[in-house]
Write a protein that binds this ligand. Structure first.
Ligand code: BG6
Length: 288
């Protein structure tokens, strides 16, 4: 069995990795948040591979979980940005992000690098590392495009929404991890409450909280999740939500369109997350 363990943004990158392992490698694995991992060690044994994801390599919850798993006989791989960190020293194998120091606690470049590593790992499972590397090679220009074409609009949007008390981020499939990451960035950087959730869950309760002009960020690239996610956006809009869509496909359902370039559907997370990192930044600036 394979268990991925991480906290915060690293855990959301792990959630994307989990979909890639299933979609590309046809292998199921689970992601256990590091602060809970200690309670699952009874099911860890020498047949278990633990992938620990931590850009700092120093997060105590991750280190505690890995120590317990190692004591139970598991093999440990870590994905870190600091190869001489405590976590790296504990691991049997280390994959380095090679990003240079992540200056802000709220990870940005290391998050993208984690996504790239999981993409490469999933294609390596089917002996297609080079195909993945070629696909990744033009992603920096796509990310630059996603940044440049949204910069001015995001500044205006942040002035409009800076006094909102709560944001909801919804998506499906691998994009759900980006909904959670977008919400985490908003909380950590602008101190606005936010909740990331699977779009299909909205109607099971949380929809009751959506009022007139409640901002709902809908991450809906033109992939296998689009039509169902759009129908969830319509549910929210019927309650008065202000729909902020992150998509390469236009719809008159959107009140604000964060336009992203079309990319290979397994790489959408790399271009959907960056405008959301920038939105969190501009909202923080507009709130002083
Ligand atoms: C948390 C931070 O303390 O640690 C998050 O608030 C971060 O922003 C998380 O993503 C995980 O950090 P690391 O270094 O283990 O990837």
């Amino acid at each position: 069995q394979v268990i991925i363990t991480a906290c915060g943004s690293s855990r959301y990158a792990a959630l994307v990795g989990r979909y890639l392992f299933s979609n590309v490698g046809k292998k199921f694995c689970d992601v256990v948040m590091a602060s809970e991992f200690g309670y699952f060690v009874d099911s860890v044994d020498k047949g278990t591979l633990v992938i620990a994801v931590s850009q700092s390599g120093e997060t105590a919850d991750v280190i505690e979980g890995v120590k317990a798993a190692k004591a139970a006989g598991a093999e440990i791989i870590s994905i870190v940005n600091r190869p001489n960190s405590i976590l790296a020293d504990l691991s049997h194998h280390v994959i380095s992000l090679n990003c240079g120091p992540e200056v802000g606690v709220a990870a940005t470049k290391t998050f993208l690098s984690q996504l790239a590593i999981f993409y490469l790992l999933s294609f390596s499972m089917i002996n297609s590392f080079n195909k993945a590397r070629i696909q990744l090679s033009n992603m920096s220009s796509k990310i630059t495009e996603a940044l440049n074409c949204n910069n001015d609009g995001l500044i205006k949007l942040s002035h409009k929404l800076k006094d909102k008390s709560s944001f909801y981020y919804i998506a499906r499939g691998m994009n759900f991890a980006i909904a959670s990451e977008g919400a985490l960035k908003l909380k950590e950087i602008s101190y606005i409450h936010a909740e990331g959730m699977p779009a299909g869950e909205l109607k099971h309760g949380t929809l009751a909280l959506i009022e007139q002009d409640t901002p709902v960020v809908v991450i809906c690239p033109a992939d296998y999740t689009y039509s169902e996610t759009l129908s969830n956006a319509i549910e929210a809009k019927s309650r008065g939500a202000y729909i902020i869509a992150v998509s390469d496909k236009e719809s008159d359902i959107y009140d604000f369109w964060i336009r992203i370039p079309k990319v290979d559907e397994l790489l959408y997370p790399m271009v959907t997350v960056v405008p959301l990192q920038l939105l969190a930044y501009y909202l923080a600036v507009s709130r002083g």
